[in-house]
Design a protein around this ligand. Structure first.
Ligand code: ATP
Ligand code: MG
Length: 392
């Protein structure tokens, strides 16, 4: 009997000819994320990926839970192809549970190996009877059992009880690259995470306005990247010194448009960085109507300078839903640290909530836009951030 983890992956099974490509990328992700375990084996057969290692099970599961593309993780026992071994495996697995007295269970069997002489219902019945006799206190309930013992008969037999949910989505690397506009707020890290979930390799760009915003704000952004890195491996952050650009905007444009004009400069600078990094789009944490700069009119004004697609995964989400997600992925606590970003410091007292596009364009007439872009690109600091707890 050996311990092995059965990994199920949903969506990537649907991708026809691309399937081997997706599977290879997922397997490489798993290998990388578990590479600190010396005895590691990762391989696939028939729509399942198998992981073998003697490492501590909760450590292994914690890492697997953060790999996009994985739908479920089942710690299993592998046995020979005979009913006696399968029955023993079921009882062995149950022994890891305390307090079986009075708990209800059922057995579910699947037989993809048709050379095994018993059909699925027969396997289930046989294992069920054995468990009843040998595990003290369990009661059968085939409708709503508290414990389901799964038996899969393949080239070998696999018995498992637990199925831990993975994050789903697609493995990072199958969908190309994108650049996330990452502020220290609640929204943009969630937008980045959701994009990563669809298999996109995400990098981030942060516009820093020292000394208007302290270096603590930059540290906050780095810490957010560290959380995202738990899901992706090394996470690349570009830090733009935005102070000069901000000062010029503040001095030469109507105050009521400052946020919009600042956002337009961010998009212009970000897309240059995106191009040089091979990113096929920008990602922001904008959501319709959340603040003055996110009305449809404002979004249109921001978007008008974009030459590459701008993806807004949160566009239709409520703040409450975004916060819930931020808590789930582990960014909320960092995002709510009290350091202001430049946007909140410079936010005009009476921002234009429905800016007229012509007025916006006109307000930029006195500026040398290319020079401002160059100013932003002049000293970008690139930081490659490793996850706190990882082998990457
Ligand atoms: P967040 O919670 O992401 O800060 P928000 O609701 O506070 O979002 P805004 O501050 O209006 O919204 O920013 C909208 C989007 O613009 C952000 O989600 C982010 O993608 C981008 N953004 C804002 N400020 C910065 C910055 N200093 N650096 C990089 N991107 C930024
Ligand atoms: Mg913000």
């Amino acid at each position: 009997m050996e311990h092995v983890y059965l990994i199920s992956f949903g969506e990537i099974g649907l991708k026809g000819k691309n399937r081997p490509f997706f599977e290879t990328i997922l397997i490489n992700r798993i290998k990388k994320s578990l590479s600190l375990f010396k005895d590691l084996k990762v391989y696939k057969t028939h729509g399942r990926i198998f992981v073998e290692t003697k490492a501590n099970s909760s450590e292994v599961i914690n890492r697997l839970k953060r790999i996009f593309g994985i739908v479920g993780i089942s710690p299993a026992l592998r046995t020979g192809l005979n009913l006696e071994d399968i029955c023993n495996a079921a009882v062995t697995l149950l022994e890891e549970y305390d307090e079986l007295q009075g708990k209800t269970f059922k057995v579910e069997a699947r037989r993809s190996n048709k050379s095994f002489p018993y059909k699925s219902p027969e396997i289930a019945r046989h294992v069920g009877a054995y468990v009843l006799k040998n595990s003290t206190g369990l009661v059968v309930d085939v409708h709503k059992p508290q414990i389901t013992i799964n038996v899969e008969v393949r080239e070998k037999a696999y018995v498992y009880i637990e199925k831990v949910s993975g994050p789903g989505g697609l493995p990072i690397g199958v969908s190309g690259k994108a650049l996330l506009l990452l502020s220290g707020g609640i929204d943009s890290p969630v937008a980045g995470w959701l994009t990563m979930k669809r298999g996109v390799e995400v990098q981030a760009i942060y516009f820093h306005s020292f000394p208007f915003t302290s270096d603590r704000a930059k540290e906050k952004v780095i810490d957010l990247c560290r959380v995202l890195a738990e899901y992706s491996g090394i996470f690349r952050l570009h830090v733009v010194s935005f102070t000069e650009v901000l000062k010029i905007l503040q001095k030469n444009t109507p105050n009521e448009l400052l946020t919009i004009l600042m956002r337009r400069m961010m998009v212009r600078i970000a897309q240059k960085v995106a191009k040089s990094e091979g990113c096929l789009g920008l990602v922001t944490g904008e959501s319709i109507g959340q603040v003055a700069s996110q009305t449809l009119e404002s979004l249109m004004a921001t978007n008008q300078v974009a030459e590459i697609p701008v993806f807004r995964p949160l566009i239709a989400m409520d703040k409450k839903e975004i916060i819930q997600k931020a808590e789930e992925i582990g960014t909320f606590e960092i995002s709510t640290r009290p350091f202001e970003d430049c946007c909140s410091l410079f936010v005009p007292e009476h921002p234009k909530t429905r800016p007229d596009l012509n007025y916006v364009i006109q307000s930029e007439q006195s500026l040398d836009i290319n020079e401002l872009i160059e100013e932003g690109l002049k000293n970008i600091e690139v930081i490659n951030i490793s996850p706190e707890d990882s082998a990457y």
